[in-house]
Write a protein that binds this ligand. Structure first.
Ligand code: GRG
Length: 324
């Protein structure tokens, strides 16, 4: 049987629903443990409110699946759980900050009031800050006994890059610059103020793609992937991250508050530059499907084992075809 047929078949012989439920359950248990009821009271409540409020846990799942792509599906994933949970903490903090009035000014997230609507802007801001630090602390404290410190330092360095000015924070500011919401950012736009495919891709790659790429890369790195494997998985994550963002933008234009858990139609209302608002739904869907094919093709490589990449294949399909 050719490798391509094997990939097609995996849709049927790999029980992704059970796989992802089992992994999500573990992630929830561990996150609850890492975020105890503690003091200062309100700060911890606010942190717990956003981290333990559901969410697809896609980034944590990607991290675990990338580790499994290297160590195998029946291996112990315990050593990778703190890293996967730390990534969910960072993701949650980025959502808290993103929802603030100074940025997207959203009232709903994951079907609940946003953090600042419940706890106020000052606490929401500080809960985000504390989560960022808790993520790093958790990863270090819970991993130090089992992992090579050199590998851990490498992961922390990549983490800083993915989150900071070259990653999420940088992407967010470019997004604001092109949305025209922020004054004094003229230098951050290109000379013509013209938004093109390359610019949208650059914004997506940093704002959303960087953490997704880090999730995949870091899981594999902690699992001691070799250079070739890491490079392929990064290429795969690039495709997935971009496809995920286009899916997110499509859902924003077609979904509703009930299914999305957040206010739909905000991109168009805010004049945001997305693949959907700039090129329309039809081309956006086409681009997303192309990225899905490209991502699956990347996994079809002799340096990765077909059996071991099944969760990653299914997570890519899920990122594209999800309904929320
Ligand atoms: C990271 C230091 C630091 C600051 C934050 C606000 C900000 C800087 C960056 C914005 C990043 C952001 C919120 C990007 C959008 C990503 C996105 C599409 C989020 C939705 O992700 P899902 O659908 O959410 O995975 P769930 O709720 O399922 O977890």
């Amino acid at each position: 049987m050719s490798r391509m047929q094997t990939i097609g078949r995996s849709q049927h012989d790999f029980d992704f629903a059970s796989y992802s439920k089992a992994k999500r359950d573990l992630i929830e248990i561990r996150l609850t443990e890492y975020l105890p009821v503690s003091s200062p009271d309100t700060l911890w409540q606010s942190m717990r409110y956003s981290v333990l409020s559901g969410g697809k846990r896609l980034r944590a799942l990607l991290c675990l699946a990338a580790a499994e792509a290297i160590v195998g599906l029946n291996s112990d994933i315990e050593p990778f759980l703190p890293l996967a949970c730390a990534i969910e903490m960072i993701h949650a903090m980025s959502l808290i900050h993103d929802d603030l009035p100074a940025l997207d000014n959203d009232d709903y997230r994951r079907g609940k009031l946003t953090n600042h609507k419940v706890y106020g802007e000052a606490t929401a801001l500080l809960a985000g800050d504390a989560l960022l630090m808790l993520a790093i602390e958790t990863f270090i404290e819970k991993t130090i006994k089992t992992a090579d410190p050199q590998v851990m330092l490498n992961i922390i360095s990549h983490f800083c890059h993915a989150v900071g000015a070259s990653g999420m924070v940088g992407g967010q500011i470019l997004d604001l610059a092109f949305t025209g919401k922020q004054q004094g950012m003229e230098n951050d736009k290109n000379e013509t103020n013209h938004i093109d495919a390359q610019t949208i891709e650059a914004i997506h790659k940093s704002k959303t793609g960087a953490l997704i790429k880090f999730s995949v890369w870091s899981g594999a790195r902690l699992a001691k992937a070799n250079v070739e494997q890491l490079s392929l998985l990064e290429q795969f994550a690039d495709k997935l991250g971009f496809a995920f963002q286009i899916a997110d933008d499509l859902l924003d234009s077609t979904g509703n508050l009930e299914t999305l858990g957040k206010t739909p139609g905000k991109d168009l209302a805010a004049n945001k530059m997305t693949w959907v608002t700039v090129f329309g739904e039809k081309l956006a869907k086409q681009k997303m499907r192309d990225l899905e094919e490209e991502g699956l093709a990347i996994l079809n490589n002799r340096v990765l084992q077909a059996e071991r990449v099944k969760p990653l294949q299914e997570l890519l399909r899920y990122a594209v075809h999800r309904k929320n």
